[in-house]
Design a protein around this ligand. Structure first.
Ligand code: ADP
Ligand code: MG
Length: 243
């Protein structure tokens, strides 16, 4: 299904944050949102996730209002429940989400597939930052939603851990067939992961850059001349704004 945002506007206390924002995201696409801090990126994901209501405009899957389970949302702060083990954290959606029943065995299968099996009984406080983000991401997958909304999932990680996570995410996404909307302030990361990058210019609209690097992508690509060209182009567009 195709996700459409049609002329969506949103204000916090008369303070316009998102104005007449329109985008289309195709099934299976990996799309990143970048833009200066405060440009409304997180607000846009919350609008799509249904946590905020647009003041005007509409959000559609194909031509219909999306059902509550359409989106798996991973907020900027990690929200693993500290008193629950990894397995118990991952069972959460099966417990609370109507019509989404999976078993502990299903979760174990995911843990095995993603190289996390040995962490099944660990508590969040025993996990490194990168490991917590992997578990939070798996939990987002387990919503069973077709569209994953990821708000700076690797933003707080050091450069080496981030590199590992990008590799890990790409390998999973390749076999997932999910649509991903991904916020990052790391331009290299946006280029390496995305099919398209949407550059958010606050109050002025959105610009798009298509990334024509071949897939599968691998981390070494960040050193190629093509990558540098994309980077320069992105930096220029972010700084210049729309004319
Ligand atoms: P980004 O994710 O691009 O950094 P946000 O969507 O978080 O931007 O925020 C966009 C703007 O909305 C910012 O100026 C921020 O201060 C403001 N804002 C965010 N949340 C609230 C809120 N709950 N109440 C009032 N203003 C908010
Ligand atoms: Mg944000």
């Amino acid at each position: 299904m195709t996700l459409h945002l049609e002329k969506v506007s949103f204000t916090y206390d008369h303070n316009p944050i998102v104005s007449n924002f329109s985008i289309t995201v195709e099934k299976g696409e990996f799309v990143s949102l970048i833009g200066k801090s405060g440009s409304g990126k997180s607000t846009i994901l919350k609008l799509i996730a249904g946590l905020l209501q647009p003041k005007t405009g509409q959000i559609l899957m194909d031509t219909a209002i999306p059902s509550p389970g359409s989106f798996g949302y991973m907020p900027q702060q990690n929200l693993l429940l500290p008193w629950r083990t990894v397995l118990e954290n991952l069972m959460l959606h099966s417990e609370i989400q109507k019509g989404n029943n999976y078993t502990k065995e299903d979760v174990r299968e995911w843990l095995r597939k993603t190289g996390l099996a040995e962490w099944e009984n660990a508590l969040p406080k025993q996990l490194s930052g990168g490991m917590k983000q992997r578990i939070a991401f798996l939990r987002t997958i387990l919503t069973g939603s077709e569209v994953l909304l990821l708000d700076e999932p690797f933003g707080a990680l050091d450069a080496f851990t981030k590199r590992d996570m990008q590799k890990w995410l790409l390998s999973i996404w390749q076999e997932l067939d999910k649509t991903i909307l991904f916020i990052t302030h790391d331009l290299e990361e946006a280029i390496l992961l995305s099919d398209r990058i949407l550059i958010i210019h606050p109050q002025q609209g959105v610009e798009e850059l298509k990334v024509d690097l071949p897939r599968p992508r691998e981390a070494g690509m960040i050193y190629t001349a093509e990558m540098v060209k994309y980077r320069q182009e992105l930096e220029r567009r972010i700084t210049d704004g729309l004319d």
